[in-house]
Design a protein around this ligand. Sequence first.
Ligand SMILES: Cc1cc2nc3c(=O)[nH]c(=O)nc-3n(C[C@H](O)[C@H](O)[C@H](O)COP(=O)(O)O)c2cc1C
Length: 147
Amino acid sequence: MNAIILFDSHSSGGATDRIIDTIGQELAKRDIYVEKGKVLPNADYSFLDEFDLILLGSPIYNLRLSENLAGAIIQSNLLAKLDGKQIALFVICGGPELSADLLYLPQLQIPLLNKNIIAKKAFGMSCKNDPESAVSFAEEIYEKAAK
Ligand SMILES: Cc1cc2nc3c(=O)[nH]c(=O)nc-3n(C[C@H](O)[C@H](O)[C@H](O)COP(=O)(O)O)c2cc1C
């Protein structure tokens, strides 16, 4: 199985990098080939044809997904290329998980309502710096993914 983590972040070496590295390592331990790449608003996402499992996420800035991820959803062929894929969604934020579940994750879930979302997670203030939370999310994705 091939997976790709498509993400955005304004920083390097922050929570996003740590979380996606942990998720990638955990999936790789389970014999999943994992790549990662940053989302751009006007990219051609035809390369997703090569992947079975797509992980998609970004930090929250000023109550919203990063502009690159939000832009890709609106402007590019990203949504079309997610058809038939297994998808895991995540957001990373500084606030509590409850508000992230209500305010932030839906910004990803709603545009992807007709897609096959197998797992989703908000990494908020109580878990974004706990490596175990990323390990658990990777385990959940692995268990739910059709191999
Ligand atoms: C300019 C800016 C705006 C932010 N706005 C929000 C916000 O509206 N809600 C929230 O929960 N967290 C907010 N955050 C917190 C970030 O989502 C959080 O720090 C996240 O870990 C950043 O990703 P990084 O650690 O990979 O840099 C904001 C952070 C920055 C720098």
